[in-house]
Write a protein that binds this ligand. Structure first.
Ligand code: GCO
Ligand code: MG
Length: 403
């Protein structure tokens, strides 16, 4: 059995911060896990370094479930993004080790491929509707079968999801939180127009998605969903903050637009009611923030019982290590829906050489043993940590709002 001899946390900032756990064994084989929590990175790094790694040394790396339960139950303080990202990093690294020892790509250990590739959606965005549609056509020409549309809103100086750079959207852009401005009324007027025009130009053979980023009340979300129905959106994401899961009943009463939720969830308990009552259609939890491969499989199996499919979060603040692991999960899970894919910058790709690749709108995790993602520690060392915050949001009268 492979014994854990040590572990270390690598923090690097090739354009944005990433936290990576590397677990070493006495067999000379190591595993990697992503532990990045955007804007709160060092909290997870410390949780791992100061509290988790001392408990790992000397354990059998093959006992993934037991180590998961040890870290979850053994902390006494259950759940929460910091704890669950740390557990996820350990869990991912252990699956990486197990698959490397087996000499198989991870998806083979998860039951093998259920499909030929993982359909991904790209992020089209622009300052206005014309620019967003141009960007969407660009994605369509690159082969994407699913495209998220986010546009600037007339009258608002900034909008969620609209990047300065053509491909690399990075919201954590201030060494203190930047203030954005929000108006639900302006937003609710502009999104249906965006979708009407986009369907006209892009046709019916492409899936169109949209993220409301937790900014609507349930009844406002019901209205937006209903207004978008003629344009057949693949999903409306995070229409309303999901602390109050029962609030989604109101959305369901008003629209047949499919609903996707869960990128900020950490455990099955955060989405239990949403899934059980079939209040959502896609669950967006992913490897790093929801307790790793082990816990994500538990959520996906529970979701499958209720006709809910997966739609893993895949923004750039999830490192290539998370993306690689997510792709093995996506390829194998029976109730797969779609995978988000925001490309990483060339600097990030150089720090994390990886086997996954894109073709014809699909990603494939590759055939390397393990998760197929490595870390070049010398390259990582060139990019020290830089403090960076996500923005905050205020209404036009100055009231603090959801970002
Ligand atoms: C998405 C997300 C991201 C988040 C980001 C926060 O759907 O991709 O909403 O854009 O805002 O991951 O760190
Ligand atoms: Mg989102």
């Amino acid at each position: 059995m492979p014994i854990i001899t040590g572990a270390k946390v690598v923090v690097t900032c090739p354009g944005r911060n990433f936290v990576t756990l590397k677990i070493e064994t006495d067999q000379g084989i190591y595993g990697l896990g992503d532990a990045t929590l955007n804007g709160r990175e060092l909290a997870v790094a410390s949780y791992l370094q100061d509290h988790v790694i001392p408990c790992l040394v000397g354990r059998d790396a093959h006992r993934i479930e037991d180590i998961w339960q040890f870290l979850y139950r053994g902390a006494y303080w259950r759940r929460g993004p910091v704890t669950m990202s740390a557990i996820a990093a350990v869990d991912t690294a252990l699956w990486d080790i197990k698959a490397k020892i087996a000499g198989l790509p991870l998806y083979q250990l998860l039951g093998g491929a259920s499909r030929q590739g993982v359909m991904v959606y790209g992020h089209a965005n622009g300052a206005d509707i014309d620019a967003t549609i141009d960007s969407a056509r660009d994605y369509q020409q690159q082969g994407y079968r699913a495209i998220r549309l986010q546009s600037g809103v007339p009258g608002l100086a900034s909008a969620y999801g609209v990047s300065k750079d053509k491909y690399f959207y990075e919201p954590a852009d201030g060494d203190l939180p930047r203030e954005n401005q929000w108006s639900t009324e302006r937003y609710l007027r502009s999104v249906p127009e965006l979708f009407e025009r986009a369907r006209g130009v892009l046709g019916n053979d492409v899936h169109l998605l949209h993220d409301a980023h937790h900014r609507l009340s349930p009844i406002e979300a019901g209205r937006l969903g209903r207004d978008l129905e003629p344009y057949r959106p693949f999903w409306l994401e995070d229409p309303t903050p999901a602390e109050n899961q029962a609030g989604f009943r109101i959305i369901r009463q008003h629209t047949t637009t499919p609903i996707a939720v869960g990128e900020v969830f950490n455990s099955i308990w955060d989405c239990k009611q949403l899934i059980e009552e079939q209040l959502i259609d896609y669950i967006r939890t992913t490897v790093v923030h929801a307790g790793g491969i082990t816990h994500l499989r538990r959520i996906a199996d529970f979701a499958a019982l209720h006709d809910v499919r997966t739609g893993c979060h895949g923004a750039t603040d999830l490192s290539p290590v998370c993306m690689g692991a997510a792709l093995h999960f996506d390829l194998s899970v029976p109730n797969f829906g779609v995978q988000e894919y925001m490309r990483h910058t060339p600097e990030t790709d150089a720090v994390f050489p990886h086997a996954y690749s894109f073709a014809d709108g699909y990603l494939h995790p590759g055939e390397e043993p393990g998760i197929g993602v490595d870390i070049d520690e010398a390259a990582a060392a060139k990019y020290p940590y830089r403090r960076a915050y996500l923005p905050v949001n205020r209404l036009e009268d100055g009231t603090m709002f959801n970002w």
